[in-house]
Design a binder for this molecule. Structure first.
Ligand code: HEC
Length: 104
């Protein structure tokens, strides 16, 4: 748990910037196609868990950002560090919390 707090503290300052509108469109596409292939096109879950707002409600942003960037070793959840910056991962978490994961 302390590890997550330390990581969240590292990630937070970089996460204040929002991706540009063009990058947001790319990220929506990525979430729908890449994340959706495991988590379901409507984020209701599949091989991966559901990523709907109610499923994420009790999980802190820092934890979710770290899962997205670092993956979950020993499970099919891959790390996205090469594709996504911390602020982009945080933006995706925001979208998932708003129920925007399926690119409506
Ligand atoms: C190859 C399949 C796969 C892909 C692609 C994938 N995931 Fe996952 N993801 C998983 C699995 C499996 C888990 C559950 C890991 C575990 O057992 O803890 C998971 C867990 C997660 C969690 C933690 C959920 C929780 O409730 O703890 C988040 C957040 C997440 N993924 C987001 C994403 C995002 C965002 C993307 C796209 C950038 C993505 N995933 C792409 C398979 C995938």
């Amino acid at each position: 748990m302390l590890r997550w707090i330390a990581l969240a503290a590292l990630i937070a300052p970089a996460a204040l910037a929002q991706p540009s509108p063009a990058r947001q469109a790319e990220l929506r596409h990525l979430v729908l196609h890449d994340c959706g292939s495991c988590h379901g096109l409507t984020m209701k879950g599949g091989l991966g868990r559901p990523l709907l707002p109610e499923a994420l409600a009790d999980k802190p942003d820092g934890f979710l950002v770290e899962v997205i960037l670092g993956g979950v070793p020993g499970t099919p959840m891959p790390p996205w560090r090469e594709e996504l910056s911390a602020s982009e991962a945080r933006w995706i978490v925001e979208q998932l919390r708003k129920g925007n994961g399926d690119a409506r």
